[in-house]
Design a protein around this ligand. Structure first.
Ligand code: PLP
Ligand code: TYF
Length: 394
């Protein structure tokens, strides 16, 4: 049965992680996969998560099934975190999913079922899994202009001009904050314009927010999404606890549907449950149970918010150190974009040849396309990274 199979396409980021692990050079630096690391180079278990896990182990009385929608207390808490006090809040319905990845796929399936023939517009470039997930659901994928590789900023005029031509068969996939891979986010004015265009053109906005709290703060990072939530008739959201709760492998996230009425949203949620049943049936409980406990307990929530804020400050501090380090070493301001970008990533404009030289000659691993994970750096790595980048002609 399998003898005719072609070689499967590899995930470029996951393959880079494997190559890094196999590299014996002690000075090696991994700027590839998007995980946060602390100043010791460790991806930590957050304190509130550990406390909740210990309590859960001691008090949980059963591991019996929860249900197709997962933990409803978790679903409410995730909706609160993004949509509290917006016009969309009372119309929103949420379902727990295996990570934002599960949410992306379930929402893509919902769109394919509700609007056969729909086209999903993703940014150029976008998260490596956006296209595969949307295509796996049978949707057509097209790209909108996003990043200007010269200025290292979003070309918002070109982006908006393209969005002006979308229509009712279209879905506009936006990154809620901390754009992956570029690090370039859009202004609040552009979110407002997108809200207007949603009304004028009738497309469906789809927000993927996987890094809430990694840009400028928990509320600040949801500001654009909240502009849409206050205005547009319909909206779908994929959200993740992988980064901001450090729960990566626990596969914790949610899909949120905002329909024109609460009844529409509940119907949509019912269809997602039906489709989840035919896919993985029920989401894993552990991560969501921890998040639910943390968000519903004042003390744990405060502890989580404090640690998240310190992670956020660390990332923005590393960005500042890169700016200073590059200014001093290059005698130019051409790397100041590290300070403008937000979240874990920046696209650097490194060529494939430069990326290869960094790997071969300097043991520095960068994803093809030139994305670096700033949040994977430690302070002591910075001089080595600056020197190596300049040595390959960045
Ligand atoms: N969406 C974006 C933009 C991402 O960068 C990621 C990265 O992990 C995901 C979704 C998937 O996250 P999860 O681990 O929650 O499935
Ligand atoms: O972009 C990243 O690095 C993260 C992690 O198939 C990731 O979003 C990378 C590849 C992948 C799944 C997650």
């Amino acid at each position: 049965m399998f003898e005719h199979l072609d070689a499967p396409m590899q995930d470029p980021i996951l393959s880079l992680t494997v190559a890094f692990r196999e590299d014996p050079r002690p000075e090696k630096i991994d700027l590839g996969i998007g995980v946060y690391r602390n100043s010791e180079g460790i991806t930590p278990i957050m304190e509130a998560v550990r406390t909740a896990a210990i309590e859960l182990a001691e008090t949980q009385v059963t591991k019996s099934y929860v249900g197709l929608a997962g933990d409803e207390q978790f679903n409410r808490a995730m909706t609160d975190l993004l949509l509290a006090d917006t016009a969309a809040y009372s119309r929103a319905a949420a379902i727990q999913t295996p990570g934002a990845s599960g949410a992306l796929r379930m929402l893509a399936d919902l769109i394919a079922y509700s609007r056969p023939g729909a086209t999903v517009w993703i940014s150029n470039p976008s998260y490596v899994n956006h296209r595969p997930v949307m295509e796996a659901a049978g949707l057509t994928v097209r790209e909108y202009t996003y990043f200007n590789t010269e200025t290292k900023a979003v070309d918002e005029d070109a982006m908006l001009a393209q969005i002006e031509s979308l229509g009712e068969q279209d879905v506009l996939l936006l990154h809620g904050c901390c754009h992956n891979p570029t690090g370039g986010d859009i202004s609040i004015e552009s979110w407002q314009r997108i809200a207007e265009l949603t009304h004028e053109r009738g497309f469906l906005p789809f927000v993927d927010i996987a890094y809430q709290g990694f840009g400028d703060g928990l509320m600040e990072d949801a500001a654009g999404l909240r502009v849409l939530a206050d205005s547009v008739p319909e909206l779908v959201i994929a959200t993740s606890c992988s980064k901001n709760f450090g729960l990566y492998r626990e596969r914790t996230g949610a899909a949120i549907v905002v329909g024109q009425t609460p009844e529409d949203s509940l119907k949509a949620k019912g269809h997602i449950q039906r489709m989840a049943r035919a896919t993985y049936t029920m989401p894993p409980d552990h991560g969501a149970a921890l998040v639910s406990m943390i968000l519903n307990r004042e003390e744990l929530k405060a502890n989580w918010m404090k640690e998240l804020a310190s992670m956020n400050q660390r990332i923005n501090g590393l960005r500042e150190q890169l700016v200073v380090g590059f200014r001093e070493a290059s005698d130019s301001d051409r790397f100041d974009y590290f300070g403008e970008h937000r979240g874990m990533f920046s696209v650097t404009g490194l060529s494939p040849a430069q990326i290869e030289q960094l790997k071969q000659n300097h043991a520095i691993y960068v994803v093809s396309g030139g994305r670096v994970n700033v949040a994977g750096l430690t302070e002591k790595d910075i001089p080595q990274v600056v020197k190596a980048f300049l040595a390959v002609g960045a």
